[in-house]
Design a protein around this ligand. Structure first.
Ligand code: PRX
Length: 539
């Protein structure tokens, strides 16, 4: 965060769940809050290198807490607010966080009372490393409060000192951990470091979004995922940008919310995911055209392949045919954007992330790991040389880092994506080539969902695959074999969906369950039964 000489400039515009609620923070105000909260962390015994878990919805305190950790060299681990208590517990335990920061309850669209603190309590009950819980009062709903452990954010802030010098950090010191799903086992703690990550996110944010001083930039992602870390918080704020944080959903109170927010705050640059575009596109153009959107200059997309119909709708209807679209391809592991058009300079093709960013060397490998030369080409997308934002390790398990990304094709970073390179050298990402699903832009491992389904008392075995879904991009299709003597029923189906919500979260709920008397056995395929870590003691 760079305040000098720009203290009065706006840093964050926060748009609440209700269209009537918003707030802005200047750089000076943000810095003051960050320093105070850094002192609150210190008072809780948090020191450089300690891990702090942040389980919040899109409230301003989320950004403040992340930056306060960075200020004192603590390593934050943000857990997406829709994850269940069990998922939260596993993530806290994996990186032995000392502190949890959460909120009383949350709003999301027309839902209220989302039990954040209650989930936090349930998780922390099985987290021996946690010594304190800080609670943001967002809704005012009453929640259980353990006086010996819990502290209200506003009370701690009221008495905190307002000076806090930043900790000196080495470029390679850890900045944060963010868990992401892989093809096997438990989600991995992707570790990003201080120097390279900040260089890479600020540079890509400036160039890819053509950011100029005074532009209002709105990335509609959730900070619980990498897009929010890199392109709501770290990239924009290190560029002294005006970054918009959005607490609500695109369909609340109606299908025009994004475009209403864009007019309300005079947004110039807008970045979202294809899944949101598909959901809005099917509701018709009037929701868009009743808002002016005249301030828009550039549109971005991320998270999944965008298909031509939604690309054209975005370009022609949302952007009135005058805003370039940057289709940005990247991953939690890459820290920032690796493939993207440069706005105004790269001729666009709907559905293609076009060409690599400066310094990025993508290659296409065949089954044997040989580089496929010439165009067109198709195969495994790998990267040949490192870049500043690449993850440095899997937290606590460097061997897993090596195995996952570098073993299959020695000398290359394996992305896990397949790609096509056309006759012009443009890349078309075809999706994951491993057992990772992309559900509405949310990354989930088939093994995780299988493990959760296996928690239902009637289930003998499960196999999960993705299938094309009109809105979500991919849906979850689960084949389930029940214990002998148990017959399929609607109750069992509802129960299975319930355990998946309980063990992972609502975003992992299977769309379709097919009961099958047996599943094909492939000894190479690992299902939940092969992952004791996923079932340990829960059945
Ligand atoms: O399959 C690719 C897809 O999302 C995966 C990475 O997911 P995650 O780590 O959650 O990060 C998402 C936000 C950066 C990739 O392996 N993906 C991401 N962006 C694109 C994409 N697929 C096609 N086109 C994109 N622009």
């Amino acid at each position: 965060m760079w305040k000098q000489g720009h203290g009065d400039a706006t840093a964050i515009i926060w748009e609440g769940n209700s269209p009537d609620e918003d707030k802005t923070f200047t750089y000076s105000e943000l810095l003051a809050q960050v320093k105070r909260f850094a002192n609150v962390l210190k008072a809780q015994g948090i020191r450089k290198g300690d891990r702090v878990c942040i389980y919040l919805q899109m409230v301003p305190e989320l950004t403040i807490a992340m930056l306060a950790c960075a200020r004192i060299g603590a390593v934050h681990s943000v857990v997406f607010g829709a994850f269940s208590a069990d998922s939260l517990r596993d993530r806290i335990n994996d990186s032995e966080c000392k502190l949890l920061i959460t909120q009383d309850t949350a709003f999301r669209g027309d839902r209220s009372g989302i039990p954040m603190k209650a989930n936090g309590d349930a998780a922390v009950a099985k987290c021996p490393s946690i010594t304190g819980v800080i609670v943001v009062r967002r809704t005012g709903d009453s929640v259980d409060f353990d006086e010996s452990r819990d502290v209200w954010w506003h009370e701690a802030m009221a008495t905190a000192d307002d000076e806090c010098p930043p900790e000196e950090m080495d470029a390679e010191d850890p900045l944060f951990i963010l868990y992401t799903s892989g093809s096997t086992g438990q989600p991995k703690g992707v570790l990003h470091t201080t120097g390279g990550y900040l260089v890479y996110t600020s540079f890509t944010h400036e160039i890819v979004f053509d950011y100029h001083e005074g532009d209002v930039y709105f990335c509609a992602a959730d900070i619980g995922w990498i897009t929010g870390h890199s392109y709501i918080v770290y990239g924009p704020l290190s560029n002294r940008a005006i970054t918009l944080m959005f607490e609500s959903i695109p369909t609340y109170p109606d299908f025009g919310r994004y475009w209403q927010v864009i007019d309300k705050h005079q947004v110039n640059l807008f970045y979202t995911a294809p899944t949101a575009l598909r959901a809005l596109m099917k509701e018709g153009n009037d929701w868009v055209t009743q808002h002016s959107r005249s301030t828009l200059r550039l549109l971005g997309t991320v998270g999944e392949p965008i298909k031509e119909p939604e690309w054209l709708w975005y370009y022609n209807i949302v952007g009135d045919g005058r805003c370039p679209i940057v289709d940005t391809w990247w991953q939690t592991e890459t820290g920032g954007i690796l493939m993207t058009p440069l706005p105004g300079a790269t001729p666009l093709k709907p559905g293609s992330a076009t060409l690599p960013f400066f310094g990025i060397e993508p290659v296409i490998l065949d089954e044997e790991g040989k580089e496929v030369e010439g165009n067109p080409a198709r195969g495994y997308l790998c990267i040949k040389t490192a870049w500043p934002g690449v993850m440095r390790t899997v937290y606590g398990n460097h061997e897993r880092f090596r195995e996952t990304y570098f073993d299959r094709f020695p000398g290359y970073y394996m992305t896990g994506d397949g790609t096509l390179r056309d006759e012009d050298g443009y890349y078309w990402i075809t999706g994951r080539v491993d057992d990772v699903l992309n559900i509405s832009g949310h990354r989930l491992g088939t093994a995780e969902v299988e493990g959760a389904i296996g928690q239902h008392e009637t289930v003998a075995e499960a196999a999960v695959v993705g299938y094309p879904h009109e809105i979500k991009g991919q849906g979850i299709y689960a084949y389930v074999t029940l214990m002998s003597g148990v017959s399929p029923s609607d109750d069992i189906e509802t129960g299975i969906k319930g355990v998946v919500r309980q063990y992972i979260g609502p975003h992992a709920t299977p769309d379709k369950i097919q009961f099958a008397p047996a599943l094909p056995q492939n000894p190479l395929r690992q299902n939940y039964a092969a992952h004791p870590s996923l079932v340990d003691g829960r059945k």
